[in-house]
Design a protein. Structure first.
Length: 95
């Protein structure tokens, strides 16, 4: 029986896996300080908590506003947690 060597290390393999939104902290979204602080004041610490919220509830967090709302949706879209057309459907709330 012939053995083969792995061509990819476990560390390299982990880098290719998408992060688990349930444990990924919101700091990884690269949000502005105002948006980050508004989410933290609401008790939101993980991306999974954002994904469990309705878009209406997200928009109505005190201190988020339209700019922060778009910022959060854009970050989630960039990470692949929202469908590509999410901004078309929900990005203009409040205008």
């Amino acid at each position: 029986m012939e053995t083969t060597e792995l061509k990819i290390t476990p560390t390299e393999w982990l880098k290719t896996c998408p992060p688990d939104p349930l444990i990924m902290t919101i700091i990884n979204l690269g949000l502005s300080g105002r948006t980050y602080n508004a989410l933290r004041r609401k008790g939101i610490e993980t991306v999974g908590q954002i994904l469990e919220m309705s878009l209406y509830d997200l928009y109505n967090i005190r201190g988020i506003g339209n700019k922060g709302y778009i910022e959060v949706l854009t970050s989630l879209l960039r990470l692949g947690y929202l469908p590509f057309n999410a901004m078309d459907k929900f990005g203009k709330v409040g205008e």
